[in-house]
Design a protein around this ligand. Structure first.
Ligand code: DLL
Length: 437
């Protein structure tokens, strides 16, 4: 499926697209109404390019039809329910039929194999188990591939470390921030993280920079592979990097069509340009999605990959449109700031951006930890001139690289909360600040 000649792959996509469009039109009143308002019928989709005639679907549509309004099957056919925790109000809910679950397991099995996992080996799965799709998604894929799967979930880090030593896994799965937490805990326990049996990490579910990848690879002695997905589309496994090239995430195109659009004009962007990822599912039974706007920013690359896969690759996700900070008119993602922070030797890879408001202007305070050696060198006093100089240097580097002014606060080691799942990089305190003048 992954090395098929493009013309055959596209023929398969078109066949599946037509079936999906017909199915949602017949079975989901929401899609039928939307298509009618848009003046399209399933017969209008004759080529892959005709996908663009169809209207978009958004997170709000899922919320408005909470919990089961977008199902294309009878509720009695649902065997699993997942939900993504929204920041506000009701979560978005997704249902799966038995066939969906089998198919998803197959997709994730392929993803783990692309990342370097092999049958007969052990996989340590530190993604959270529960309504979040990470834990169970990786779990079923790993079993399907024939790996001995350790369903450890997140948390209880010292125990995780013991089991890594005892079970000898070759693959570890988790969010980059939690894997870093494990590494740090190993170091604190006086263990050398580079000496474990681990060879590959399958990391995702949150934005992470190239610098963060380098940091994890060096400190844990593994190849850190980026995996992407979202509950609304299926969960983890929508795309993954291959361990051969680690150069962009191969989209599972036999199951999903990807587009990149300008989030303002909703028109496609030129190949290679950044824009919002949009996915159409081709094989889902319970809850197919048509042109689902993810809010995630990335670009596409259609050039062949050295691994031999013919599927399109997406760049790493820079961030979500909602996470984009607009500081005095400059747009910036936390991951761009992360890239700068991780290039400074004195800093530790733990940071939070605090948004506050002073009068009419939004301000950004960056809390970033310094590493234990630097803290010791300052004698634990972050008011020393050396510490103030370091903060000023970091602020200047961010200004040069990202064109924004942030106030940098150095923090002692261990003072920023560690994540066991998705890290919180932005804390919005604007509502608590004094009201606008
Ligand atoms: O995070 C699914 C997943 C689980 C992906 C495990 C990878 C590994 P949701 O909770 O619905 O699903 O959150 C989806 O997380 O729209 C992105 O904003 C973000 N995201 C997921 N993977 C990546 C990644 C899972 N590799 C949302 N890089 C998505 C950056 C990611 N952001």
């Amino acid at each position: 499926m992954e090395t098929m000649p493009r013309d055959r792959l596209e023929a398969l996509q078109l066949k599946r697209l037509k079936e999906t469009v017909q199915k949602v039109y017949t079975r989901v009143p929401f899609y039928r109404d939307k298509f009618e308002k848009h003046g399209v019928v399933p017969g209008d989709v004759r080529t892959l390019a005709d996908l663009r005639k169809l209207p978009f679907t958004e997170k709000k549509d899922l919320r408005d039809h909470y919990p089961f309004g977008l199902l294309a099957v009878d509720k009695s056919e649902i065997v699993r329910i997942h939900a993504s925790s929204g920041t506000s109000g009701k979560p978005t809910v997704v249902g799966y039929t038995r066939r969906d679950i089998d198919q998803w397991a197959e997709i994730v099995a392929r993803a783990i194999a692309a990342a370097g996992g092999r049958p007969g080996e052990v996989l340590h799965n530190a993604y959270g188990y529960g309504l979040f799709t990470g834990g169970l998604g990786l779990h079923y894929g790993s079993e399907k591939l024939g790996m001995a799967t350790v369903p450890i979930s997140g948390g209880n880090t010292e125990r995780q470390i013991m089991l890594i030593e005892d079970f000898q896994p070759t693959v570890i799965c988790g969010t980059p921030s939690y894997i870093l937490n494990i590494v740090e805990t190993m170091e604190r326990m006086g263990k050398d993280p580079r000496k474990t049996s681990l060879k590959y990490g399958i990391l995702g579910a949150e934005p992470w920079s190239m610098e963060m990848r380098r940091e994890i690879e060096e400190r844990l002695g593994i190849k850190a592979i980026d995996i992407y997905g979202l509950s609304e589309v299926i969960g983890p496994g929508v795309s993954i990097e291959c361990h051969e090239a680690q150069d962009g995430l191969h989209v599972m195109e036999d199951h999903f069509i990807v587009e990149v659009i300008d989030p303002e004009t909703l028109e496609p962007v030129p190949e290679g340009a950044d824009g919002e990822l949009v996915f159409t599912s081709l094989t889902k039974e319970a809850m197919p999605v048509i042109r689902y706007r993810t809010g995630d920013i990335a670009s596409l690359d259609k050039t062949p990959c050295l691994c031999g896969r013919t599927t399109v690759r997406m760049s790493r996700v820079k961030g979500r449109i909602d996470d984009m900070l607009i500081i005095r008119g400059v747009n910036i993602f936390p991951s761009e700031i992360e890239n700068v922070l991780l290039s400074v030797d004195e800093l530790a890879p733990h940071y939070q951006l605090m948004l506050t408001r002073h009068g009419p202007l939004d301000e950004v305070v960056l809390n970033v930890e310094i590493n234990p050696e630097t803290f010791a060198a300052f004698g634990g006093d972050l008011n020393l001139e050396g510490a103030r100089d370091l903060a000023a240097r970091v602020a200047r580097m961010i200004k040069n690289a990202c064109l924004v002014t942030v106030e940098v606060h150095l923090m002692p080691p261990g003072s920023i909360p560690r994540s066991e799942g998705k890290a919180v990089r932005v804390v919005d305190k604007r509502a608590e600040a004094a009201p606008r003048a």
